[in-house]
Write a protein that binds this ligand. Structure first.
Ligand SMILES: NC(=O)c1ccc[n+]([C@@H]2O[C@H](COP(=O)([O-])OP(=O)(O)OC[C@H]3O[C@@H](n4cnc5c(N)ncnc54)[C@H](O)[C@@H]3O)[C@@H](O)[C@H]2O)c1
Length: 384
């Protein structure tokens, strides 16, 4: 129980991920689920039944008819900007949308501005970069725990338009601005044009490059290399590393005297160990909301209470990592020429994987989707 306000949450998109988030809000002591908006009547009705709330076909109707404190868009990416902006304009107190954020910087700018201009905290993505261990690690790095951060080695293909690795790199660079980016892209069907996805190619290839931050930190991002997707934050006195940009398991190694004794020793007990993340179920059969989900909901509720800035990943963070991803590809399009930020052409489109951009039922078909709505969310229950 809590004596603090319990915030009323409206889900926008009650599909696979929206249902999972809704369970998190349902269990969190600071929130309650009060409504859903979903254009698919099958998903909407199932959600209404599962959570005992009214449903609307459009978010416009839900926002007009319900008193929503926290808007929770869990949508195909192409629908995300409109939902976040409409939520902010309707007067909600906080927004926590899924990721990736948007397909263009123009949309990302509008989303961030719609929230920032009204003082609305805007968290984005159920992402490990919001985990308390990572928040702790950014602070350790910023406060000299591994000396002065000089370099970040990132091993990732950055297919989610910078959502994971590039966002982490920027946070470990203390959110400095970016001076310039040089980049390369593999297997890029969208390298030369920006039309919407057709039936053919599914995604661009890996994105890699060199990112020079204005505080001198350099990030080298490669999609080839070790068989893990992780990073190394290299400081003058040590290293923080991870072998999983979507999981916990950070480790820190340091020396007090790099000149005379450069051997790095592990600082044990600083971070949680890496744990395999099976999709654990609770006794009612629901997929358990993760620690990062509960921490992000807490952060949004507390930001509404206090007006303090969010420490979890925000819409503004994902706007910056999208910008770096776009800069990498713009550099690749110009044979590796350095691209300076901020990018002036805010209309350049960069799509995430096709199943994130579009509604998955349209991409994978009804049978697959129905299976997901039972197996992914609550086993044993019939869909539709
Ligand atoms: N953080 C993570 O670990 C994680 C995991 C899975 C998905 N995601 C992200 O979450 C988002 C949603 O994923 P999903 O698998 O639930 O997607 P999905 O394709 O199943 O679609 C979600 C729901 O949105 C509804 N919808 C589509 N357009 C709408 C609109 N304009 N208004 C209202 N409802 C609309 C659909 O009917 C569906 O019920 C995606 O952006 C995805 O990238 C994140």
């Amino acid at each position: 129980m809590t004596d603090k306000p319990v915030y009323r949450v409206g889900l926008i998109g009650g599909g696979r991920q929206g249902t999972h988030h809704a369970r998190g809000y349902q269990l969190h002591p600071r929130t309650e689920v009060v409504a859903v908006a979903d254009t698919d009547s099958e998903n909407r009705e199932l959600f209404m039944e599962r959570f005992g709330v009214p449903g609307y076909e459009t978010y416009t109707e839900m926002l007009a008819n319900e008193d929503i404190d926290i808007s929770a868009p869990n949508l195909p990416v192409k629908a995300n900007p409109g939902a976040v902006i409409a939520s902010a304009e309707s007067g909600v107190k906080g927004v926590f949308s899924e990721k990736p954020l948007a397909g263009s910087l123009a949309d990302a700018d509008l989303m961030v501005e719609a929230c920032a201009s009204r003082g609305i905290p805007f968290a984005a993505g159920l992402v490990v970069s919001s985990h308390p261990d990572y928040v702790k690690a950014y602070k350790i790095a910023a406060e000299g725990g591994i000396g002065q951060v000089i370099r970040i080695n990132l091993y990732e293909d950055n297919k989610q338009v910078g959502t994971h690795g590039l966002n982490l790199a920027r946070k470990f660079a203390n959110k400095a601005g970016v001076d310039f980016v040089t980049g390369f892209v593999s297997n890029d069907p969208h390298g030369e044009y920006e039309e919407d996805y057709g039936q053919g190619e599914r995604w661009y290839g890996g994105l890699g490059g060199h990112i020079r931050f204005t505080n001198g930190v350099e990030c080298f991002s490669s999609y080839t290399g070790p068989d893990y997707l992780g990073l190394e934050v290299v400081g003058t006195h040590g290293v923080i590393r991870n072998i999983h940009n979507t999981g916990v398991g950070l480790r820190m190694f340091r020396t007090d005297n790099p000149k005379d004794n450069p051997e790095l020793l592990e600082v044990e007990g600083t971070f949680l160990p890496a744990t395999p993340s099976p999709r654990e179920r609770d006794e009612e059969g629901w997929r358990k909301p993760s620690q990062v989900m509960m921490a992000t909901i807490t952060a949004v509720a507390e930001a509404i209470d206090t007006g303090d800035p969010l420490e979890v990943t925000t819409g503004d963070d994902l706007r910056h990592s999208l910008e770096i991803a776009i800069a990498i590809r713009e550099s690749a399009r110009q044979d590796g020429k350095a691209v300076r930020l901020p990018i002036q052409d805010r209309g350049i489109m960069m799509y995430p994987e096709v199943w994130r951009w579009h509604y998955k039922k349209e991409v994978y078909g009804e049978e697959w989707y129905r299976e997901q709505m039972t197996e992914h969310v609550k086993p044993g229950e019939k869909y539709g």
